[in-house]
Each structure stands twice: as structure tokens, then as C-alpha cells.
Design a protein around this ligand. Structure first.
Ligand SMILES: *Cc1c(COP(=O)(O)O)cnc(C)c1O
Length: 833
């Protein structure tokens, strides 16, 4: 069953292996006591059951075998675990075997646990949360990613407040993973042909509840020293190294699915890093179905979904044409396409030979559907990608949005878990969540306020011990380490602020006026405390200076007890923070935060948000649930800082400290309840998954299957259609528009000359842009007959209610088929003017 087991366990304990190798322990804490019982110290440091098993002494194992209580607990645990795996899940209740589909989720990062560090930040945490949700809901999603030998850097801060980076080695044998066994019964290795050499890629797997995560790594002894390092660092190395990582992820990743015989309907690209997979998927389809490359492209594209995460063009990966040319040689021969055709897929303007090759553009062209990660980010992305759809109105650019969500059981505290269980039951996050707001809002004030107090106390204790540990690591004096045990106050209003230290996140907005912040923190009657964390990218000198500025502030003698900077922001720290803070602060510069998820993690625990109206908060904010700074316009630092301070002084602090005779701040608790119940379920990954399922996966599955069947007949027809319309498109032209009023109706007709293009290959529409009180409109026009003496010339007409002037309307012709995703797959359009 296991590919290699570093050690043999006594028979009675053998089920510990099954439990340790299933990452469900990252969100189900029922077993924490078992692992802690084996080795409390190692558990405290690693939270990695697989490490605990490997390091347990024989004597310890023998004792556990004799320990009846432990055996009983273990028997119970394994029973519960198998029930979780085998019970009929939400997805199985909705789908029969035949309409069930397999979805592969490709991501450069997966943030499942700090014990499994394959992530840098939000993108990875989202991917980890998504796999956990798939497991809980029983959705057949599998993950594909890279196994980094070093991952992202770990942060140390010296006594002078400077960040230093460390890259501890991820020993694969201490990670909760196993080699993937291929169909030949041996460790699966993928072979990729690179210029002049062969790259061997090892394949690992992690079990995440009911789902699997496949991880690729290039550290095979047969590879050259340089190639062995391809999967060393996450976001390290230069451009060529990044391209090689993306080759391993996209091309190698698809090869893994093929080698394991996993038939996948939908490929979901979490950001553009894995975009090369769209080429590999098409290439393999081409060979399997004996089509041309472009026919295969039409078939497979229907099954690809691209989620974009960046709000700025500079955030997209792009590569020089020479570099792409170097690695694409064999590929082009095999697919019978030219380098220019390939490069065109990654260019804004396909005809511009100087343009670099952009992975987001490739993803957009290779995926029939694309979405952004919040409503506001949808608007920003449509603008960002508009050049790829020339002459299309902004609102019709084919980029939708699915606002991110968080896997709630990964972020709730034991206290909030109790509270939610008592109102909504144990199964609350295993399916749809519509009924939750109503039920959780029944919890009473006393219960909510007690929960907040327990959570805050836990956070204060955690902060003290983490701070003491870091001070010890830095070699500080015993006295300083002891002082760490005195910081913070479990009854004090606690603000949390943790994020990447990069300019657009404005981590120092709160520090805009240090004296005003000091007064706020040290108020004699209504004190406030602040916990901060965050890393700056190793090359981001400005980000490092922002950290240093905070460190100087933190070290002021009068503030030592009120404000703490915790080093090395990671998932574990994030969990403690979001469980214990009263208010979570986020101050990005609008509209640069694509979504942001950290603020969603406090919702389940009754934490309140005070944030810029950017990303998710721009659509979530309601006065009853939290506080907002900024507005519709791009952010103004001065105005935002002023608003931030005045909100804290005039609203947040007074609401928190206004207590009734029972000591309860009723106004605060009311907000906690509103935020938990109204926003918690809405910003859960359950809601997010359901939106992907209904709006993206279902259409993708149907279209991909339809296009592939009967030797890909439909895909071939679609490709032929595209070629035919493209060839004749420039000849399309219009005659003069005729508009006649008839009472409250308006008749509009226009002669359209289609040249070589058949009328059923296009659609003629009447378009009207958004203007004043009128929304944008687009109405299909019908042919009322041929134009005498013209080949393929027709009169098209329509009657509309005469609510706006006739010259608001413009006829247009677009390439059209009901079975294509448009305009994503064919953006040809001609306007009458
Ligand atoms: C949730 C999370 C993030 C993402 O947070 P945002 O600042 O909201 O983008 C980053 N890092 C860690 C460790 C997280 O848990």
C-alpha cells in the first residue's frame, strides 16, 4: 500500500501511518491529542504527525502499545476517519456516476499547512483551501503542483529590525507525502525532452482527505546539477529558471495525469503559471484522436478554465521570444505549427514580432472561460485584457468573476467551532451553506462575548511564546526573553495586521502619524494593542524598509507591551491571529488588491474587518458588519490614514469599551453576530466552489465532451468555421441604416453584405452603449430577405421600444455559433460605424 515506509510500526499502531499520511489533520483537530501524547515538544514545533511517527523511540511505541486509553482513542479515530472517507458526500448526492467529472487544479503553490511549506502567500493558501473544500464536499478535484526542496524563504529579523532570509531544506522523507507509483509498479518519473538533454521529473503524492495532490520535483540523480535545482525555490531564480518550472508544472503536470490514466474533463489554472498545460493537453489530444493541432486546441480549450489573480499587467509572467524558441523546437515539429503561431498565442498583438510571450495571454487564449477573483477585480481585468478583444465594448470582454472564499474549518478556533456546532451542527461545512446565516444568528450575546474573550486570551498566550522563541533564536538575553511573557493584555482591544510588506498593501498606513497611533495604543482607560506580521520579498528593499520602520516603532520603550511584531508570517501564525483578534485591518491601495482572503478568515471567529474598499471588502462591506476606508476613487494615502485613525478613535474603541451592567459591549456583539452570520457563509470556499461548479465547470464539461465525441467531429467543424470566417471577414460591410418611428416603436433596418461568409456563421446585432439612465443593450436582428442583385447580401431588421434616440443604436456583425464560447474563442466583430 505504501511506496516506502521509513519505519515499521507495531501492529496495534499501524493505523497511525494512515492517519499521518492523510493531511486531513491540517483541519481536523480531533487527533491532535494523540500526536501530542507521543512527543509533546516535537508536536509543538512541527505540527507534523509524520515527523512524530518517524522520531518516536521504540520504547515510546512499546509504551503506547500497552496504553489502553491510547489504543481506544486510536481505534475511535481511525473509525471516524474511515467514515469521513466513505460516507456519501454532498457531491455524490447531486451527481450520478455518468455526469460526474474529473477536475484537475494546477497551481504553482499549495498552502495546506506550515508543516508542508509549498506556498508563498495568498495564492497558495487559496489553492490549499480549495483542495480541502473539495475533500469535504466530495468533489472529484485533484491538485497538481511542484515539490520545492526549499520553498519560499523563512524570515528572521535582527536586532536592528532588518529582515534576513533563510531557506531550510524540505527533506521529502519528513513531509507527509509518498512517491507516486505508476502503472508499471515503480516510482513514476516523467521524462521531458529539453534542448540537448532529458529531464527526469519525480512524482509524489499527498493525500488531502478524499483528494490527491500530485507534486513534481526535478531533484533526480540522473539530471545535471542545474536541472536538479529547477524545483528548489518558489519564485527564485531568473527568467529561464521560471520558464523551466512552468514547463515542469504545465507540461510535466499534464503528463502525470496521462501516465496515471486519469481522464480529466476540466483543467483549472490557478493563475497563469501553469498555462503551458493548454499546449500539452492539445498536443496529446491531437495524437490520441488523430486531429490537427488546431482542431485539438478547439476541443480541449472548452475544458480549460483560467483564474487570473493579478490586477496589474506587470504581475504577469512573460518570457523573451528567443527563450521560448529555444525550448519549443521539438514541440513545434511535432505539432506542425510555426514558432510565430506559437508566440502569437502569448502576445497582445499577434502580429508584433517584438512582443514577449505572456503566460496570462496564453492562458486566456487556451481557456474557453476566464474569471477574476472579486467583482472589482473583474472590472479591472476586463480593462487589462481588453486589447485581446479589439473593438469589443468593455462590459463584453469575456472575463467574469468568482470571489474567493476560505475553507472555514481551517481557520476557526476551538471556541468558535463549539459555538457553530451548537447552532448549526457538525456537518455545516460539508455542503451548501444557505441555511447557516439564519441559524448561527441565534447565538446569544453572552456566548459570543465569552468566545471572543477565550480566543483573545489564547492569542495573547501564543504571541508571548512565539515572541519569546524568536528572541531566543536571535540570542537575546534571558531578561528580554522573560519580558516577552509580559507583553499584551488579554482584556484589551486587539488589532491584527499581517500581510506581505509590499508598497501597494500600504503596510505603513497605520504608522502614518506615529504619535497619534501611540496615543491610541496607550490610552489609560481604553487601551488598544496591535499584533503585526509580514514578509517582504527578498529583492524588495523598500518592503524591507517598511518592516524596519515598524520595528523601530515596536521597540519604543512605552509601546513594548502594546505592540508586537511577530516574525515569519505563515499559516500557523495566520490561524492564531484570525482566531484571536477583535479587528482585522487591511489597507491596500485600491484597486490593487485582487481579492484578499485574510480578512475572510476572521469572520467565523467573530472578528470584525476595518478595511479599504478594495478586493472582496468592496462587495462585502455593510455598516452593520464592520468599517471601511476609501471609496470608489483610487486611494489617497493622506485621506485614508486620517479616516483610519478617526474610525478607530471615534467608533471602534468606544463601541468595544461601552459595556452594560453585565460587562457586555452590546453594540460590539451585535456587529460580531452580523458579520459572522451574514458574511461568514458567503465568503466560505463552499460558496466559491458552487459558483465554479455551476458557472464554469458544468459548461466546460459539457462542451469538452460534446467536442471530443465522434472523433472530435464538432471540434473539427468549429475549427473549419473559424478559418472560414477569418478569411472573409474584412469583406463584410454595411449599407445605410434606416430608422423609422411608428408611435412608441422604432423600426431599424440595415443592409449587410457578407461576401464569402454564410449567414448562419454570423449574428447581426443592434448594440447600444450604456448611457445616462439607459443600460447597455444588445439585440439580435433578423434577416427579412436578400438584397436584390447582391450575393450574400441581406436586409436585417428589428423593432424596439422607442425609449432612446435612434442614433444611440449601432448595428454590428459578429462571428457566431451557439456551441462556441464567445467572444472568448472567436472575437471577430464588425461595426456599422
Ligand atoms: C490568508 C493568507 C494570506 C493571504 O492574505 P491577504 O493578505 O489577504 O492576501 C497570505 N499569507 C498567509 C500565511 C495566509 O494565511
Amino acid at each position: 500500500m505504501y511506496a516506502f515506509l521509513p519505519r515499521e510500526l507495531p501492529e496495534q499502531l499501524s493505523s497511525l501511518t494512515e492517519l499521518a499520511l492523510n493531511l486531513r489533520w491540517t483541519w481536523n483537530h480531533a487527533l491532535d491529542g494523540l500526536w501530542k501524547a507521543i512527543d509533546p515538544e516535537l508536536w509543538e514545533r512541527t505540527h507534523n504527525p509524520w515527523m512524530i511517527l518517524q522520531n518516536a523511540s521504540q520504547q515510546c511505541l512499546d509504551e503506547l502499545c500497552r496504553d489502553a486509553t491510547f489504543s481506544q482513542k486510536l481505534a475511535h479515530a481511525i473509525q471516524e476517519h474511515r467514515r469521513y472517507l466513505e460516507d456519501t458526500c454532498w457531491y455524490a448526492q447531486q451527481h450520478t456516476a455518468s455526469d460526474s467529472a474529473r477536475i484537475a487544479y494546477f497551481s504553482m503553490e499549495f498552502g495546506l499547512s506550515e508543516a508542508f511549506p509549498l506556498y508563498a502567500g495568498g495564492l497558495g493558501v487559496l489553492a490549499g483551501d480549495y483542495l480541502k473544500t473539495a475533500s469535504d464536499m466530495g468533489v472529484p478535484i485533484l491538485g497538481v503542483g511542484l515539490l520545492y526542496q526549499e520553498g519560499y524563504f523563512r524570515q528572521n529579523i535582527d536586532a536592528g529590525g532588518r529582515q534576513h532570509e533563510a531557506y531550510p531544506y524540505n527533506d521529502p522523507t519528513s513531509l507527509p507525502i509518498q512517491p507516486t507509483i505508476g502503472n508499471e509498479g515503480a516510482w513514476l518519473k516523467i521524462v521531458l525532452e529539453l534542448p540537448g538533454r532529458t529531464l527526469y521529473v519525480r512524482v509524489w503524492q499527498a493525500i488531502v482527505g478524499r483528494t490527491r495532490l500530485y507534486l513534481l520535483d526535478s531533484n533526480d540523480l540522473r539530471n545535471g546539477a542545474g536541472d536538479r535545482g529547477i524545483t528548489a525555490k518558489l519564485y527564485g531564480g531568473g527568467s529561464e529558471m521560471r520558464l523551466l518550472q512552468e514547463v515542469v508544472l504545465g507540461i510535466g503536470g499534464w503528463a502525470v495525469l496521462d501516465a496515471l490514466g486519469l481522464d480529466v474533463d476540466v483543467c483549472h489554472l490557478n493563475e497563469g503559471h501553469a498555462a503551458l498545460l493548454v499546449l500539452e493537453r492539445a498536443r496529446r489530444f491531437m495524437h490520441k484522436m488523430d486531429t490537427s493541432f488546431w482542431e485539438a486546441w478547439w476541443a480541449t480549450r472548452a475544458g480549460n478554465v483560467f483564474t487570473t489573480h493579478t490586477p496589474v499587467a506587470a504581475g504577469f509572467d512573460s518570457f523573451s521570444p528567443t527563450l521560448i524558441g529555444k525550448y519549443a523546437r521539438d514541440y513545434l515539429d511535432d505539432c506542425h505549427i510555426s514558432l510565430r503561431e506559437l508566440l502569437a498565442l502569448g502576445r497582445r498583438d499577434p502580429a508584433d514580432d517584438d512582443e514577449p510571450f505572456n503566460m496570462a495571454f496564453l492562458a486566456l487564449r487556451g481557456c474557453a472561460q476566464c474569471n477574476a477573483v472579486s467583482r472589482l477585480h473583474g472590472e479591472v481585468s476586463r480593462r487589462l485584457f481588453s486589447d485581446l478583444y479589439p473593438r469589443w465594448p468593455l462590459e463584453e470582454i469575456p472575463v467574469g468573476h468568482v470571489t474567493n472564499g476560505v475553507h472555514v474549518p481551517s481557520w476557526d478556533s476551538v471556541w468558535s467551532d463549539h459555538l457553530w456546532t451548537s447552532t448549526c451542527g457538525k456537518e455545516r461545512w460539508l455542503g451548501t451553506v444557505e441555511s447557516l446565516p439564519g441559524t448561527v444568528s441565534n447565538s446569544d450575546d453572552m456566548a459570543l462575548w465569552t468566545m471572543a474573550a477565550e480566543q483573545r486570551r489564547d492569542l495573547v498566550h501564543y504571541t508571548r511564546s512565539r515572541l519569546a522563541w524568536h528572541l531566543g533564536q536571535r540570542g537575546e538575553s534571558a531578561q528580554q526573553v522573560e519580558e516577552a511573557a509580559q507583553v499584551l493584555d488579554p482584556n484589551c482591544l486587539t488589532l491584527g495586521f499581517a500581510r506581505r510588506f509590499t508598497d501597494y498593501k500600504r503596510p505603513n498606513l497605520l504608522l502614518h502619524d506615529p504619535e497619534r497611533l501611540t496615543r491610541l495604543l496607550t490610552d489609560e482607560h481604553h487601551p488598544v494593542q496591535l499584533i503585526i506580521a509580514g514578509k517582504a520579498h527578498p529583492n524588495d528593499e523598500q518592503g524591507k524598509q517598511l518592516i524596519q520602520a515598524w520595528m523601530e516603532f515596536v521597540h519604543r520603550p512605552n509601546l513594548r507591551r502594546h505592540v508586537v511584531f511577530l516574525e515569519d508570517y505563515d499559516i500557523e501564525l495566520a490561524q492564531h491571529l484570525v482566531q484571536g483578534v477583535d479587528v482585522w485591518i487591511n489597507t491596500p491601495r485600491r484597486p490593487w488588491e485582487a481579492c484578499g482572503t485574510s480578512g475572510m478568515k476572521v469572520l467565523v471567529n467573530g472578528g470584525l474587518n476595518l478595511s479599504e474598499l478594495d478586493g472582496w471588502w468592496a462587495e462585502a462591506y455593510q455598516p452593520a458588519c464592520g468599517w471601511a476606508i476609501g471609496g470608489d476613487a483610487p486611494s489617497d494615502d493622506m485621506a485614508d490614514a486620517e479616516r483610519l485613525y478617526s474610525l478607530l478613535e471615534a467608533e471602534v474603541v468606544p463601541t468595544f469599551y461601552t459595556r452594560d451592567t453585565q460587562g457586555i459591549p452590546r453594540g460590539w456583539v451585535q456587529r460580531m453576530r452580523a458579520s459572522m452570520s451574514q458574511l461568514g457563509p458567503q465568503f466560505s470556499s463552499n460558496r466559491m466552489f458552487l459558483e465554479y461548479q455551476d458557472r464554469y465547470y458544468q459548461p466546460a464539461i459539457q462542451a469538452f465532451r460534446l467536442r471530443s465525441k465522434d472523433k472530435a467531429e464538432l471540434a473539427r467543424a468549429l475549427h473549419a468555421w473559424q478559418k472560414a470566417v477569418a478569411t472573409g471577414w474584412d469583406k463584410i460591410h454595411f449599407g445605410t441604416v434606416d430608422a423609422k418611428h411608428d408611435g412608441d416603436r422604432l423600426h431599424i433596418s440595415v443592409p449587410v453584405y457578407l461576401g464569402e461568409i454564410a449567414a448562419e456563421w454570423v449574428r447581426v446585432e443592434l448594440y447600444c452603449a450604456l448611457c445616462d439612465e439607459h443600460p447597455a443593450e444588445c439585440l439580435p436582428m433578423n434577416s427579412v430577405g436578400p438584397i436584390t442583385g447582391a450575393i450574400q447580401g441581406y436586409i436585417f431588421s428589428i423593432t424596439v421600444a422607442a425609449t432612446r434616440p435612434a442614433d444611440h443604436y449601432t448595428p454590428r456583425v459578429r462571428a457566431w455559433r451557439p456551441d462556441a464560447f464567445l467572444p472568448a474563442e472567436n472575437a471577430l466583430i464588425a461595426w456599422q460605424r
